[in-house]
Design a protein around this ligand. Structure first.
Ligand code: HEM
Ligand code: HEM
Length: 194
């Protein structure tokens, strides 16, 4: 019986990466949502391509920029895990009170929240940024700073996600963190200096 449940735990999708069944179920659900979102976005572009290709470019650009902005907020929320975990490890916060509540209690609550939603938010943001990228490229690639910085940013997002998967079992040799910081700097430059 014990052996049966053990083998069952090993057979789920991503079981080799994520040991905690609850966390695995949540990740699989949001992975499915991300794939669904990408499919819906693909269909949306396919069925509206006539209108999208002929629309005034400034208006069109305004639309896909909005998807980039929404994804950007999501990626900032995902990165928030780092400073919060850093503060939690800091011994100096012990004893600091905000009114009647200990700062550490607040940080522990926020830490649990960001840890739970880190992967779902990252997956949904990736699903949203797909439409930004797809729409940007649909009307043609331009050899300028915005398009090149955008492509480089996406090229960092893919290994970042894979290393995130390795991070569950601490098999990433800190690459998830290194790629996350590079990705953060890249999309900040792409979004604000174009
Ligand atoms: C993870 C990847 C990406 C993120 C997070 C991202 C995010 C953003 C954000 C936040 C903006 C500014 C929106 C605004 O000002 O309201 C933007 C603008 C833009 N992005 Fe991206 N983007 C990404 C990838 C790409 C890629 C791959 C391309 C195209 C190859 C691209 C093309 C553009 C263009 C053309 C603009 C408009 C710039 C302008 O104002 O002229 N982006 N992006
Ligand atoms: C599929 C996508 C992702 C997965 C599966 C994933 C997974 C993880 C895991 C398991 C951790 C360790 C949490 C802990 O120590 O308890 C982590 C930490 C972290 N993640 Fe992600 N993540 C993903 C996407 C992202 C993205 C898109 C960013 C950046 C925008 C990011 C930035 C970070 C940072 C800065 C940390 C803290 C440093 C570290 O522990 O390495 N992650 N992530």
């Amino acid at each position: 019986m014990k052996q049966g449940s053990l083998s069952q735990r090993k057979t789920g999708f991503l079981a080799n990466f994520i040991a905690n069944p609850k966390e695995r179920r949540r990740t699989n659900l949001f992975l499915l949502l991300m794939v669904g979102l990408i499919l819906v976005e693909g269909l949306f572009v396919y069925f509206n391509r006539q209108q999208l290709m002929t629309e005034d470019f400034r208006h069109y650009k305004g639309t896909f920029k909005q998807f980039g902005s929404i994804a950007q907020i999501g990626f900032y929320a995902a990165v928030a895990i780092y400073p919060i975990f850093l503060l939690l490890k800091n011994k100096q916060i012990k004893g600091i009170k905000l009114g009647t509540i200990e700062l550490k209690t607040i940080l522990q609550f926020v830490g649990k929240l960001v840890r739970t939603w880190h992967v779902p938010v990252a997956l949904l943001s990736t699903g949203i940024v797909f439409l930004h990228v797809y729409m940007a490229l649909l009307r043609g690639f331009k050899l300028d700073f915005t398009y090149i910085s955008g492509i480089i940013t996406v090229l960092f997002l893919l290994p970042l996600m894979y290393m995130g998967l390795m991070r569950f079992k601490r098999n990433d040799r800190n690459w998830h963190f290194k790629l996350a910081i590079s990705f953060l700097i890249l999309f900040f430059i792409h979004a604000n200096f174009s």
